[in-house]
Design a protein around this ligand. Sequence first.
Ligand code: FES
Ligand code: FES
Length: 185
Amino acid sequence: MTTIKVNGKDAGLDGVPVHTTVLDWLRDRGLTGAKEGCAEGECGACSVLVARPGIDTPTQWTAINACLLPAASLDGQEIITSEGLGKSTALHPVQQEMAVRGGSQCGFCTPGFVCSMAAEYYRPDRTATTAEADRTADADRTAAADGACAHEHGPNGFDLHALSGNLCRCTGYRPIRDAAYALGE
Ligand code: FES
Ligand code: FES
């Protein structure tokens, strides 16, 4: 029997055709937060979180493009969708910051952004102090001046590169960046 855990509940994968994507499988089950934008790994609208348990390290949550992956390939693994973040009585911190900072307008991209942002929010070593982040920013600026690839980090250690796979047609990105940088440790 092949199973997968979705938002804390076990679900069977027996009989699911091998070509069925995680995105189609989730949406057929009523989990319609993840959207199909491009269906080819370009837009991030379909992003969900997959657990990557470590042996000596904490579980790492990775955002994946659900439109590209066959559901059957996640046998025995665990998924969190945008519906599984937060509680019925309270938004997840990522959802909260996106809401109060205007990071969502039409909302089509929002579940995907929320999942990518949550993956970075939970990154075990995202604990940079403001001073460390400032040093990182200085190093990034130096690297950028040298023509090297540089990632922009927020004062909370948030690596903006974590959102590079998500596209938004509405917000202009600044409110989304502000939401990411406002997240606590
Ligand atoms: Fe999956 Fe666009 S729908 S990346
Ligand atoms: Fe409309 Fe992002 S809020 S595409």
